[in-house]
Design a protein around this ligand. Structure first.
Ligand SMILES: Cc1ncc(COP(=O)(O)O)c(C=O)c1O
Length: 437
């Protein structure tokens, strides 16, 4: 039996002390594939065990196999943070276990979702009258937008840049739609003059903050071309969308108000744990036309039906994700989110300066936000070996990209706990590895 109060105190204590000591652990899990599974029994126990046994095995068996996304020196892919208010809200959401299949099964969860999406739209400068709801991931949000676009236009082509996230190609592949990849300019932005004829395009996906170089596609020109061709414009701002909370960064989002749909992942830069992907659309009726399918057992009076968010996306049962976002928005506030974004950008700009000033190193892309793309001059092999060496050290975790056919290193800042000392240490570790690899 689990004693919610007693075991709960122990679990909370575990969480608090983990966050205090996470910076002392190796960032990247130091285990081989299969090692963790081999340490676990072949079957579930016959009789229930005390919760303390779960906590013990979390420490003894699982922890060596954890890559620490909450580590202050996590700099890979896009660094993310689960902030304390959202961690607590996840506990409460699981406690309530609200399942939003219909408005009446979860009125508070449904209505809070609408409210926090309106709040977030206002914070980010998006039109507050857009319809917003939460999906699990940007991959699902983009898939949903493309499905709505196909239904609305009756067309079978998706267009994006060669730097767009693989989720666009995956969506097109799953939907058996054709995909056209448009070349980019020297700063990794979609070249609008290369969009070509859009008369057969269901959707163009523009990216604000691409995965490799965080480049910003020219949304106003793309929006213009989409409007002329009757094509749905979906903006993927999964990572960079959070930066819209800072007025000085809004230049990057010019034209986004002309999009048909926009995705921003709160679980990337918005201090919210996986999973929480925010999808807005100014054409909710097209989403509803694509996704609404109400079997008899789910029929309720019309007024209620209209509010069921399961009619706007692929999933029927939806969890109470709005609670954690609400907790983040209330406990950090606009100023807290701005401070988080600005601090990441400031730290990234310092790192960028250090690289620029160091002989034998080069920057590989402009840096609009908090990600620096760089490399040691010389062959790709040396950079690949360097990446492996620094990640194996456990002191930092960085990732790579290929830009202009060359292997480049990526340092992504976005962890709430990252300080200047952590970034300084990262540069020391990288330079040291660069001198021996
Ligand atoms: C620009 C962009 N879009 C979409 C995604 C996919 O996000 P998700 O993991 O939420 O599907 C990513 C992932 O990093 C991304 O960088």
């Amino acid at each position: 039996m689990t004693d919610l109060r007693g075991d709960g105190r122990a679990a909370l204590e575990w969480a608090a002390s983990y966050l205090e000591r996470v910076g002392d652990l190796p960032v990247l899990a130091q285990v081989a594939p299969g090692e963790i599974a081999a340490r676990l029994p072949d079957a579930a126990p016959e009789e229930g065990e005390p919760f303390a046994a779960v906590l013990r095995d979390l420490d003894e068996i699982l922890m060596p196999g954890v890559t620490h996304w909450q580590h202050p020196r996590y700099f890979a892919y896009f660094a993310t943070s689960a902030s304390e208010p959202a961690i607590l809200a996840e506990l409460l959401a699981a406690t309530l276990n609200s399942v939003s299949i219909l408005w009446r099964t979860a009125p508070a969860a449904t209505e809070l979702e609408g409210v926090v999406l309106r709040w977030t739209a206002k914070l980010l400068g998006l039109p507050p009258d857009w319809h917003g709801h939460i999906e699990d991931s940007a991959s699902t949000s983009t898939l949903a937008a493309i499905i709505a676009a196909r239904k609305a236009t009756g067309r079978e082509l998706v267009v994006c840049s060669e730097q767009a996230h693989s989720s666009v190609e995956k969506a097109a592949r799953m939907l058996r739609m054709r995909l056209r990849k448009v070349p980019c300019d020297e700063e990794f932005r979609l070249r609008p003059e290369a969009l070509g004829d859009l008369s057969e395009a269901a959707a163009v996906v523009a990216t604000v903050g691409t995965t490799a170089a965080t480049s910003v596609d020219p949304v106003p020109a793309i929006a213009q071309a989409c409007a002329q061709a009757g094509t749905w414009l979906h903006v993927d701002a999964a990572y960079a969308g959070t930066a819209m909370v800072c007025p000085e960064l809004r230049w990057a989002f010019a034209g986004v108000e002309r999009a048909d749909s926009v995705v921003v992942n709160a679980h990337k830069w918005m201090l919210t744990p996986m999973d929480c992907s925010l999808l807005w659309s100014r054409r909710p009726e097209d989403l509803r036309a694509a996704f609404s399918l109400i079997p008899e057992y789910l029929r309720t009076p019309d007024a209620e039906d209209a509010l069921s968010l399961s009619e706007y996306g692929p999933a029927l049962g939806r969890r109470f994700r709005a609670l954690k976002l609400w907790a983040v928005l209330r406990c950090h506030g606009r100023s807290g989110l701005q401070a988080h974004v600005r601090s990441g950008i400031e730290l990234a700009s310092r790192f960028e300066r250090w690289v620029a000033q160091e002989p034998g190193w080069e920057l590989c892309a402009p840096r609009p936000f908090s990600v620096v793309c760089f490399r040691r001059e010389g062959p790709d092999e040396g950079n690949r070996a360097l990446l492996e060496a620094v990640n194996r050290s456990g002191e930092i975790f960085i990732s790579h990209a290929v830009l202009n056919g060359r292997y480049v290193l990526r340092l992504a800042i976005g962890q709430l706990r990252t300080t200047e000392a952590d970034v300084t240490r990262a540069w020391e570790v990288i330079r040291r590895a660069g001198s021996v690899t």
